[in-house]
Design a protein around this ligand. Sequence first.
Ligand code: NAP
Length: 222
Amino acid sequence: MIIVIVGASYGLGKAISQLLVKKRHRLFLLSRSIRGVDFPKGVAVKIPCDVRNPKSIQTAFKSIDNRTGTIHVLINCVGKGLEKTLEKSSDKEIEEIIETNLTGAIRITKEVYMRMLKQGFGHIINVSSTSGKKAKANESVYCASKWGLAGFNESLRIEAKDKKIRVSTVFPGGMKTNFYARSPAKDTSGYMDPKLVAQQIVNILETEPSITPSELVIERAG
Ligand SMILES: NC(=O)c1ccc[n+]([C@@H]2O[C@H](COP(=O)([O-])OP(=O)(O)OC[C@H]3O[C@@H](n4cnc5c(N)ncnc54)[C@H](OP(=O)(O)O)[C@@H]3O)[C@@H](O)[C@H]2O)c1
């Protein structure tokens, strides 16, 4: 399959990419710093892309179009965290979270969706968070971005149903990734290994095409 993974340079997106490379899928890996990440040549094409910048998205998709006329799957893992009370969140931080987690995800999804409409099939997987289902103190802005993404994706799933385009939303809990780089004091030792979560997402895209896992919540056991 031909798979576009956005946010592939670290954490969950990188773990998914590493699993899919082994399965010999053809991958287009996007993120701002993707050029610096090691992936085997010939299987993965690395394309720099900033989802906050519409021109950067257009350039990235031109580059994909020059190499393929088909996209079977989109996996969007882009995300930024913000653990702050609302009164301590600056306008710049609020803008960054909403633009990255929500507007950026919608822009990327639209680019792929337009291509999937033309080809008449496809599967879109957007990664939200358990913070896109459960309200959490000190995460109001992050929760807004992830609830927004979940609402967008579920609406698109219904819209796309008769077009042979499947849409799934993943809601992971805490994972041990770069995500908490801005909160170095946070104890993430009990959080999930992103490789285990990645395997669950690979299972979604391998689901038999006549069914859609519309929502998957992945939480720590215990
Ligand atoms: N870690 C957790 O505990 C946790 C829990 C629940 C949900 N999630 C969600 O899971 C997803 C993956 O998170 P993670 O833990 O893997 O985070 P991560 O390690 O920080 O990775 C985030 C990825 O997003 C990319 N990214 C960030 N801003 C971008 C932008 N403007 N344009 C393009 N790419 C951008 C980063 O690449 P560049 O910096 O190279 O652009 C990186 O590849 C996110 O949606 C996150 O919200 C995470």
